[in-house]
Design a protein around this ligand. Structure first.
Ligand SMILES: NC(=O)c1ccc[n+]([C@@H]2O[C@H](COP(=O)([O-])OP(=O)(O)OC[C@H]3O[C@@H](n4cnc5c(N)ncnc54)[C@H](OP(=O)(O)O)[C@@H]3O)[C@@H](O)[C@H]2O)c1
Length: 338
C-alpha cells in the first residue's frame, strides 16, 4: 500500500521470488509497470527484472483490491498514514495484518487508530516494522537498494508467520524483534541525518565524505540518543553492523581514517540523496515532524534540551515554506546560533 521507492522494491522482490503481490500506487506507476515493468538492483550486484508481460505483479489504484489479502505492507510517507489506514480498515479482513514499514516512532499507532476508524467491525492488526536500508529511483521502473541492512517486524500473528520466510526467500535479511520501539528508536537516530542531507543540498556520498557535516551528524545523533534514553527508550542494534551509538564516534574520525573504517557506509550511489532531500526538491511536506521533530517532542515531554534537533526542524520548516528546494546550507549553518 503506497508503492513508491520502498513499497515498489519490497513488493517487486517478493513477486520476483514467487509471492503473489498487489501493488497499490498512483496512476503513473501503473503506466510504468505496463510499459517497462520493474527493475530492482542492489549494491551487492543483484539485478532482478519483472517484465510487463507476462505480468507477475498486479497493480491497482484502489485499496479495495487488497480485500482478500492476509498481509499488507504499508509504505506511504508518514503524513499519509491516517488516510491510507482508514481506507485499509474499510476494505481488509479482520484477520489481516498491516505492517508499517515506515520511519518514525509512531506510525503503527496512527495506523492502528485509522484502521479502527475505517473498519465497520473488528479492525485488522497493526504491526510495527523497520526498513534499515535505503532505496533510490534510478529511472522509470528502476529501483536501487543503495545501502545494506535488515527488515525487522514485531511479532506477527501466527496465521501470518510465513511473511518472514517469504521475505528471506526474496533476498532480505528479515527477522522479528520483540522490542520494536527500541529498534525504531535506533532507526530514528540514523534518520536524524535526513534533515542534514536535505539542507546541505549535497548527495549523501559527498555529504558523508565531508568531516564538517559528519561532526554535525555526530552531535545531532548524540542529542537524539540522549533524548531517547531520557524518554525511557533503549535503542537496539539494527542487525550486526549498524549501531547508532558507535556510529556517532566513527563519524568524528578524520577523512582518511573514516574512509577506511566506514568503507561500506561510503558504498552508496554517488548521486543518492535522502527522501527528505527529494521531498524538498519536489516542494512536498517532509517527514521532519516524525524524525527530528519527534526528538524535540520527546525532549519537551521529558525535560531534556534538544537545541540541535530543534534548529534543524526550524531550518527544514523554513525551506518547506520557501518552496525553493534545498537551501544548500554549509555545515556551520546547521548548528544553532549560525
Ligand atoms: N526511501 C527509502 O530509502 C526509505 C528507507 C527506509 C524507510 N523509508 C520510509 O518508508 C516510507 C515510504 O518512503 P518512500 O521513500 O518509499 O516514499 P515514496 O517513494 O514517496 O512512496 C510512497 C508512495 O505512496 C504513494 N501514496 C500515498 N498515499 C497513497 C494512497 N492513498 N494510495 C496510493 N498510493 C499512495 C505516494 O504517492 P504520492 O507521492 O503521489 O503521494 C508515493 O508514490 C517513509 O516513511 C520513509 O521514511 C524510506
Amino acid at each position: 500500500m503506497g508503492a513508491g521507492a520502498i513499497g515498489g522494491y519490497l513488493g517487486g522482490r517478493l513477486a520476483a521470488a514467487g509471492t503473489p503481490v498487489i501493488l497499490i500506487g498512483r496512476p503513473r506507476l501503473g503506466e510504468t509497470l505496463r510499459a517497462a515493468g520493474l527493475r530492482l538492483t542492489d549494491l551487492d550486484g543483484a539485478d532482478v527484472r519483472l517484465p510487463p508481460a507476462p505480468a507477475r505483479i498486479t497493480f491497482a489504484e484502489d485499496p479495495a483490491a487488497l480485500a482478500g489479502c492476509g498481509v499488507v505492507l504499508l509504505t506511504v510517507k508518514s503524513g499519509d498514514t491516517a488516510e491510507a489506514g482508514e481506507a485499509l480498515g474499510r476494505h481488509l479482513r479482520p484477520d489481516a495484518a498491516v505492517i508499517s514499514f515506515q520511519n518514525g516512532l509512531r506510525n503503527a499507532d496512527v495506523l492502528a487508530d485509522a484502521l479502527g476508524r475505517g473498519a465497520a467491525g473488528r479492525p485488522p492488526t497493526a504491526v510495527r516494522g523497520m526498513v534499515a536500508f535505503n532505496v533510490v529511483r534510478r529511472g522509470p521502473g528502476h529501483l536501487h537498494r543503495g545501502t545494506e541492512g535488515p527488515l525487522v517486524t514485531g511479532p506477527l500473528p501466527a496465521a501470518h508467520a510465513g511473511l518472514t520466510p517469504a521475505l528471506r526467500a526474496a533476498g532480505f535479511d528479515a527477522f522479528t524483534h520483540r522490542d520494536m520501539p527500541g529498534v525504531l528508536a535506533s532507526k530514528l537516530v540514523l534518520n536524524l541525518n535526513n534533515a542534514i542531507n536535505a539542507l546541505s543540498g549535497q548527495p549523501l556520498y559527498a555529504q558523508i565524505r565531508d568531516r564538517r557535516y559528519r561532526r554535525v551528524m555526530s552531535a545531532v545523533m548524540a542529542e537524539g540518543l540522549a533524548t531517547l534514553r531520557a524518554a525511557g527508550l533503549r535503542p537496539r542494534p539494527l542487525g550486526h553492523k549498524i549501531r547508532p551509538g558507535l556510529a556517532r564516534w566513527v563519524l568524528r574520525l578524520p577523512d582518511p581514517l573514516f574512509a577506511r573504517v566506514a568503507r561500506r557506509l561510503l558504498d552508496i550511489d554517488p548521486q543518492a540523496r535522502t527522501s527528505m532531500a527529494h521531498d524538498l526538491a519536489r516542494g512536498r511536506t517532509t517527514e521532519i515532524a516524525e524524525l527530528n521533530g519527534e526528538i524535540v517532542r520527546l525532549g519537551a515531554q521529558h525535560g531534556h534540551p534538544t537545541p540541535l534537533n530543534r534548529h534543524l526542524v526550524d531550518r527544514v520548516r523554513a525551506a518547506e515554506a520557501a518552496g525553493a528546494g534545498s537551501p544548500a546550507l554549509p555545515p556551520e549553518a546547521l548548528l544553532p546560533g549560525a
